[in-house]
Design a protein around this ligand. Structure first.
Ligand SMILES: Cc1ncc(COP(=O)(O)O)c(C=O)c1O
Length: 390
């Protein structure tokens, strides 16, 4: 541990192997993973089809660079454009990089229009990454602490408050609005349908680009391929990562027709981005989500888990609200500084807390009722210990 920089504060437990919804320590202790590596392993751990693809492609070709035409990249771009109805893709290696790409596209859009001192609207409690540009877009003073000077050019509005957006638009040259339809790190805060529809209406009218950050919400997590699809809107730019590679690092920025013309040869790039290996894996992830109907499954199991959790915890005064879509679920509690994460671990359950007091559940999309029952039984037992009404 002494050879690692001190930016993480990991729990002392270490996992040796995983299968499906479970992680195991070296001596065989079993844990139900209800966070999936922070929303990454949607197909569960060591999915056998993914492992086969990894084996096969690793023996065929891993990397050649974007100096060459990469067939797997083209194939993956085609699949992603089909499910998102976007026109083109740029591949990179993480959610932050996908958002960096989106921000660069916005700069090109604004500069092409000669928009002076252009700004991007972002929201309170947003999370878009940790590179300097995406950290500047992120709405967490904790994450930003010590990293000034941040990048200028962002205006922060109130999430779900269309008047604050309208006001910012009336006073500035806005080139884009960037948002998560469900804020993950921000505490599972859900954008209302109305808010999203109003935003799309204004952005269309004023030639403002709409970027939806689907890094955490995408790939079936909320019960549809992408969470904006719940509101029947179509963004100009979508960013994706996490669940796209099921653990193999990949990010992508997808753009519609308007956006697709902005990059020209040389304007952006990535050495690793879109290599034959990661693209083969991500292609397989899409196929499996399709074949196993995992978007629908995510909705069914998410609805089940939320209603079971509500039922089991209805008399507990520690609960403020249980909310979510599909298998992206937050349980907001009234207490901060609890030991709930460790209590769950001691009971064989892996969860995580965001925004200090929101228990976040992002279980694999493949969970069945027995897994959901274990999650809600264990959590309700532990939450009871923190409640007065028992
Ligand atoms: C919505 C959202 N955008 C961007 C990111 C950054 O992704 P990465 O950590 O892969 O850079 C995250 C990470 O949690 C995220 O939740």
């Amino acid at each position: 541990m002494n050879y690692l920089m001190k930016n993480y504060n990991p729990l002392s437990i270490s996992f040796d192997n995983g299968k499906g919804c479970y992680l195991y320590t070296k001596n065989g202790a079993k844990y139900l993973d209800a966070i999936s590596g922070i929303g990454v392993c949607g197909l569960g751990h060591c999915n056998s089809e993914i492992s086969k693809t990894i084996n096969r492609q690793s023996q065929k070709l891993i990397h050649v660079s974007n100096l060459f035409n990469i067939k797997n990249q083209e194939l993956l771009a085609k699949k992603l454009c089909k499910i998102s109805k976007m026109s083109s893709a740029f591949f990179c290696n993480s959610g932050s990089e996908a958002n960096e790409t989106a921000i660069k596209l916005v700069r090109l859009h604004a500069n092409n229009k000669n928009l002076k001192n252009s700004k991007i609207i972002v929201f309170d409690k947003a999370w878009h990454g940790r590179t300097i540009a995406t950290l500047s877009a992120t709405g967490s003073s904790n994450a930003q602490k010590g990293f000034k000077p941040l990048l200028s050019g962002f205006i922060r509005c109130k999430f779900n408050d269309i008047d604050s957006v309208k006001k910012a638009i009336s006073k500035n040259n806005i080139a884009a609005i960037m948002l998560e339809t469900i804020q993950g790190e921000g505490g599972i805060r859900i954008a209302s349908d109305n808010f999203l529809k109003e935003i799309r209406k204004i952005t269309e009218k004023k030639d403002i680009l709409l970027i939806i950050d689907e890094v955490q919400t995408g790939m079936g997590r909320t019960g549809k391929w992408f969470s904006y699809q719940h509101s029947n809107i179509k963004p100009d730019i979508i960013t994706l990562a996490k669940g796209l590679g099921n653990g193999v690092p990949i990010g992508v920025c997808l753009g519609n027709n308007k956006v697709s013309k902005l990059f020209v040869p040389g304007s952006h790039g990535s050495t690793f981005g879109g290599n034959p290996f990661v693209c083969a894996v991500a292609s397989k992830v899409i196929d499996i989500i399709n074949e196993e109907n995992l978007c629908k499954q995510s909705k069914i199991m998410g609805d089940y888990l939320i209603s079971d959790l509500k039922e089991r915890t209805k008399n507990l005064d520690i609960i403020n609200e249980i909310r979510g879509k599909g298998l992206m679920i937050g349980i907001e509690i009234y207490k901060k500084n609890t030991n709930i994460v460790k209590d769950c671990l001691n009971n064989g359950l892996i969860i995580n807390l965001t925004s200090e007091n929101v228990i976040r559940l992002l279980p694999p999309l493949i969970i069945k009722k027995n897994h959901a029952n274990f999650i809600s039984k264990t959590l309700s037992k532990i939450l009871k210990g923190y409640s007065n009404e028992k």
